[in-house]
Ligand binder design. Sequence first.
Ligand code: GDP
Ligand code: MG
Length: 190
Amino acid sequence: MKIKMANLEGYEGPRYKIVVIGDGAVGKTSILESLLGRQFHSTYKLTIGANILTKEITFEDVLFKYQLWDLAGQTRFSIVRSSYYRGAHAAILCFDLNWPSSFESLPRWRNELKSHLGRSIPFILVGNKSDLPPQVSETKIAQYISSANADLPCNVPYMPTSAKTGENTSELLTTIAKLLTTYKTAGFSK
Ligand code: GDP
Ligand code: MG
């Protein structure tokens, strides 16, 4: 994973910037590592700065170039946060299925996203650590999704994932392509 800590402003990259957000330790970095095909690490490493992973997929004959941004959930410097969010096209909003307080943080993360960007962008909801016994009920997840759908032009896709077993991690990229396509068709892009 490439590490960029300075000069994020002038970074010329592929077409779609995707920010990965959610509380610290929900597994954001692990999900991206799983996308890279790296082995799962069971030790917790505090991410410093932003990791930027580039990845390409073809969906319905269209090439999607992604830049996936991963920031430490603990970073409080707003200057870092502004660069982090600037120009994002979509977000992967993550919580830990095994840790209810990370689910309760979702509205706070959406507010942060919206306040930095000044508008809403499409996002995918990811419940990670599906390999562990769930502590957040499906009813609660469904309620959250229907309230989020109420103020967005497209429905929010939900995916349970496990960075440990690899469940649904690569499917995330296809789901984002689908979401961006729908969003664009609906005339809401950029
Ligand atoms: P981040 O702070 O959101 O980037 O979280 P990390 O990717 O650093 O992961 C935090 C901790 O959760 C680490 O100890 C990981 O090994 C563990 N972890 C991440 N994903 C999973 C998962 O899907 N299942 C399980 N059981 N543990 C996970
Ligand atoms: Mg991390």
